[in-house]
Design a protein around this ligand. Structure first.
Ligand SMILES: Cc1ncc(COP(=O)(O)O)c(C=O)c1O
Length: 414
């Protein structure tokens, strides 16, 4: 493709972009169940557009130049510390769940290096943990040891204990795991970590910003945050159920001192002393300001109201699925994320069901065992239409086109 000789007018480019976007996932219409968490909130949407515009060119690389960003980031960290029951200043924001996970693994490694001179570190997780841990281990040269889950699809502390040795720097539990939406037995894993003298990370990228409210609207939530002794770090994405726009996550620690291990400092550069606390150099400012604005705009009241909407929509989808004989929800999901597949002996081809749903404009992620939903506030409007289409799809689908189970950048493997 030739580099453009002449610039193109803004109006024309905007028209082109609108045109290009016609093939994109229609999340605004409530037919997507991943990638975007639709808060169904016009005022929040307007606020975020304005905040993004205000901070579009700012740079959080050098906090001393932007006291406003330092203040907003430290307030977000402190508000989250209050929510998840750790200490103020015990963490930083990052660009997303994957980066928070990288930072937690990096911090654990540098903590172990400083304390024990450990040179072949490993982390121990369940096999349902998000692939960001495998990726972090690959980049950071840490061994990733994966244990099978129990029959209830939750992490198995015994199977994980068998993988721990003197070089284990971190064990991980998910609150909840992405594939099945179940919360691992965090208290048992934390007890194991204490017994073995390792650090313990809770991956609450997905659940962190909904579980505190889920508990407060009266749903049963097992202990999962820093109230559990032995939990030493946590990742929690504000750009998921926190409803901020993309680029906003948190990595938090039990002890503010742990943040020191996250720093990278380099003093051999002619340009001067280089210090950086996250993996990026230049850091976009808009996600920091956007997260701060979202949290303050919604407050506990706003999050509680949205969580009730998510809960009601989830119950609606689950009742609709349960009413279709050939379908079954996988395991016992703890909140608003779950998989459903073919009921045993139904002979149903779940891939074929997914194909019919695709043809009707729904976007359900395909997993190895079925189709996956993450429910947002907007989805409460879609329950009836969805369950009617699903019942049709179960009754009348053809043979599966064989679309593979895939997540992230590997879209169509047919
Ligand atoms: C449990 C869990 N951990 C980590 C991540 C990674 O987050 P991100 O996609 O923001 O990097 C996700 C993403 O869905 C997740 O569900």
């Amino acid at each position: 493709m030739a580099f453009p000789e002449h610039g193109i007018k803004a109006d024309e480019l905007l028209a082109r972009v609108t045109d290009l976007g016609h093939g994109d996932i229609d999340w605004r219409g409530g037919r997507a169940f991943s990638l975007v968490y639709h808060p169904d909130d016009e005022e929040l949407e307007r606020l975020l557009h304005e905040i993004a515009t205000l901070y579009i060119h700012e740079n959080a690389l050098n906090p001393f130049k932007y006291p406003s960003l330092v203040q907003m980031e430290s307030e977000v960290v402190d508000l989250a510390a209050d929510l998840f029951h750790t200490q103020p200043k015990a963490g930083t924001m990052s660009s997303g769940g994957t980066e928070s996970i990288f930072l937690a693994v990096h911090t654990a490694r540098s903590f172990a290096e400083k304390n024990e001179g450990n040179d072949t570190p490993n982390i121990v997780t369940a096999n349902t943990v998000h692939p960001a841990f495998a990726k972090a281990c690959h980049y950071l040269k840490v061994e990733h040891r994966c244990a099978p889950v129990r029959g209830d699809l939750r992490a198995d502390p015994e199977a994980m204990a068998a993988l721990i040795d003197a070089n284990t720097i971190l064990i991980v539990g998910s609150s909840p795991c992405y594939p099945f939406g179940v919360i691992d037995p965090i208290a048992d894993l934390a007890a194991l970590a204490l017994e073995q003298g390792t650090l313990m990370h809770v991956d609450a990228c997905l659940g962190g910003w909904i579980l505190p409210w889920w508990e407060r609207i009266g749903e049963s939530v097992p202990p999962w945050d820093f109230r559990v002794e032995g939990v030493t770090s946590m990742s929690a994405d504000i750009h998921k159920y926190g409803y901020a726009f993309k680029g906003a996550s948190l990595v938090l620690y039990r002890d503010p001192e742990m943040v020191q291990h996250q720093w990278f400092v380099y003093d051999q550069w002619p340009g001067g002393l280089y210090g950086s606390i996250t993996t990026a150099g230049t850091r976009p400012a808009a996600p920091i300001a956007g997260a701060w604005a979202t949290i303050n705009h919604l407050g506990a009241e706003g999050y509680l109201a949205k969580t009730e909407q998510v809960r009601d929509a989830t119950r609606g989808f689950q009742a609709g699925i349960a009413a279709i004989d050939e379908l079954e929800i996988t395991g016992e999901p703890d909140l608003s994320v779950f998989e459903f597949g073919a009921a045993p002996r139904s002979g149903l081809d779940i891939g074929g069901v997914g194909d019919v749903m695709d043809d009707r404009g729904w976007n359900l992620d395909r997993q190895q065992g079925g189709l996956h939903l993450m429910v947002s506030p907007y989805h409460r409007r879609m329950v009836d239409e969805f369950t009617a289409d699903l019942a049709d799809a179960a009754a009348s689908h053809g043979e599966s086109k064989g679309k593979a189970a895939a997540y992230g950048g590997i879209a169509d493997l047919e």
